[in-house]
Design a protein around this ligand. Structure first.
Ligand code: ADP
Ligand code: MG
Length: 298
């Protein structure tokens, strides 16, 4: 496997504020990494450093095994950072010509047609971008990132502000790019999005990494169960005393339990029946990233 990006103890301070704190990870060719975290967790700052737009306070990173930055970012890496801005009076092709010229790409007319058709805007190119929906604007920004067929794509919250249909289109578009072998870094505050698109995940909170690795490994770290009983308050009292769980969360009448390693549903059932509590609902959940994420966030 070829190393595409190696990030070593990256830290970024804005004044006294640490926006990114000791972040290390490595991305290999063909992987799709999701930087997952709530707003303000340092996703855009991390990606801006990796794109050479701002400098890290400490730490370093290597693209393609080299510390060199600058031109490499514009040719081998396509990016969409935060909400893309376009001049509203230009049409889609004119916008892409500007992006191409900023990225130093020449003879791009054919290339512009290619990327417009990938993102499904080939028949809309002559309309002013000011008349585009948010979803169309995001797709145009992805088209800009695709110009010149970069091996690596960095997409910062690509479905931000996009409606449900647009989100599905953009997700499918990104999945298609991954299946064609692009290496992708995508940031999102939406767990479901990362779970559906990415092969790997980096969970960030307040600039720090809470967990990272292959999605399937992160998924398998939890053993989560949902229970309820007629008498929720009594159930909650007894939950405080049982040793089979690491923690629980109450949502109305439903309790989500994070079971200790090796604990199975019959153990839980027996524990409560010994205490004289009848469970009206007991369901082992597929351990999802969401459960893991909520647990990590504490
Ligand atoms: P995310 O993209 O995960 O929402 P950001 O990387 O944008 O998070 O921000 C991380 C933290 O750094 C936030 O607390 C934000 O307010 C702060 N921050 C980001 N950019 C700046 C800046 N230019 N000056 C000061 N603080 C900043
Ligand atoms: Mg952001």
């Amino acid at each position: 496997m070829t190393s595409i990006l190696k990030v070593d103890h990256l830290t970024k301070r804005f004044g006294l504020k640490k926006a990114v704190c000791d972040v290390s990870f490595e991305v290999f060719s063909g992987q799709a990494w999701g930087l997952l975290g709530p707003n303000g967790s340092g996703k855009t700052t991390t990606l801006s450093i990796l794109l050479g737009l701002i400098k890290a306070t400490t730490g370093k990173f290597q693209w393609f095994g080299s510390h060199q930055t600058g031109a490499i970012h514009r040719t081998k890496i396509g990016s969409l950072l935060e909400s893309p801005c376009f001049y509203p009076w230009l049409n889609a092709k004119q916008c892409l010509r500007m992006t191409a010229s900023i990225r130093g790409l020449e003879n791009v007319e054919k290339e512009i047609n290619r990327v417009l058709s990938i993102v499904g805007l080939q028949s809309e190119w002559q309309f002013r971008v000011g008349t585009f929906s948010q979803g169309m604007r995001q797709r145009l920004a992805i088209a800009g990132a695709l110009l010149g067929e970069p091996k690596v794509l960095i997409l910062d919250e690509p479905t931000n502000g996009v409606d449900a249909m647009g989100i599905i289109e953009i997700r499918n578009l990104i999945k298609g790019l991954i299946s064609k072998g692009h290496t992708i870094l995508i940031s999102s505050h939406i767990l479901d999005e990362v779970e559906k698109i990415c092969s790997h995940v980096l969970v960030l909170n307040k600039g720090r990494i809470l967990d990272q690795g292959a999605i399937k490994d992160v998924l398998h770290t939890d053993n989560v169960m949902e229970i309820s009983s007629q008498d929720s308050d009594r159930l909650e009292k007894s939950l405080a005393t049982i040793h089979l769980i690491e923690k629980y969360k109450r949502d109305g009448e439903i309790f989500t339990l994070w079971l200790k390693e090796g604990v199975v549903s019959t153990d839980i059932n027996k524990e409560f029946s010994d205490k004289g509590i009848v469970l009206s609902h007991l369901e082992l959940k597929k351990s999802s990233l969401e459960n893991h994420f909520l647990k990590l966030l504490g």
